[in-house]
Design a protein around this ligand. Structure first.
Ligand SMILES: CC(C)(COP(=O)(O)OP(=O)(O)OC[C@H]1O[C@@H](n2cnc3c(N)ncnc32)[C@H](O)[C@@H]1OP(=O)(O)O)[C@@H](O)C(=O)NCCC(=O)NCCS
Length: 158
């Protein structure tokens, strides 16, 4: 499986996929997913930090020339203090380029992240999907994730 940890030189190659991922979400729900002009610069710096984070997960799926065609980014998050669970891993983004979908790359990326988090003692992994993104929920369900909360949103006029 062409899945490997990302390196700092992958960041600029992953950024167009980040852009596509956010454009898709903004088209679905701009109030929820609207991003600032030029957000990619900060996102790139964040990903460069994630490459070196021993508790983070940044994996790429590559083509036969070792060029990223998919990626996953996830971090360990602290739960609110009232909960029994102290921390969990959160998958922020998973993306596979259209021409490379349906070949098990997302599965490989998610498994790599699950293995990494299990190895550092994390016992729960979460992700969120846009409500409209039923396909993504099917993909995560196939990998053992189950639905939990549904976030609702109401916009208030200024
Ligand atoms: C969701 C996405 C990452 C899946 O990538 P992929 O590499 O095609 O997925 P895989 O080939 O690894 O498929 C994993 C499993 O999900 C299933 N699956 C994949 N796409 C599916 C779809 N559209 N509908 C239903 N099931 C699907 C596969 O059959 C496979 O199941 P199996 O192993 O039991 O056969 C990809 O479609 C994508 O990048 N979508 C846009 C971004 C997105 O929605 N990201 C997730 C939300 S953050």
């Amino acid at each position: 499986m062409p899945i490997r940890p990302a390196t700092s030189s992958d960041v600029s190659l992953v950024l167009p996929m980040v852009r596509a991922q956010y454009a898709m979400h903004v088209a679905w729900d701009a109030a929820k997913f609207g991003v600032k002009e030029g957000f990619e610069a900060g996102f790139g710096r964040w990903m460069a930090g994630l490459v070196k984070d021993p508790r983070g997960a940044f994996f790429v799926a590559t083509n036969d020339r070792d060029v990223p065609v998919g990626f996953l980014v996830a971090t360990v998050e602290r739960e609110l203090p009232l909960y029994l669970l102290a921390e969990y891993a959160f998958i922020h983004d998973v993306w596979v380029e259209k021409d490379h979908r349906g070949k098990g790359l997302a599965r490989g990326l998610v498994i790599a992240a699950l293995e990494k988090f299990k190895a550092i003692g994390i016992r729960q992994v979460r992700c969120e999907t846009a409500h409209i993104n039923e396909d993504a929920r099917k993909v995560f369900s196939k990998m053992g994730f189950r639905p939990t909360t549904v976030v609702m949103l109401k916009e208030l006029a200024p």
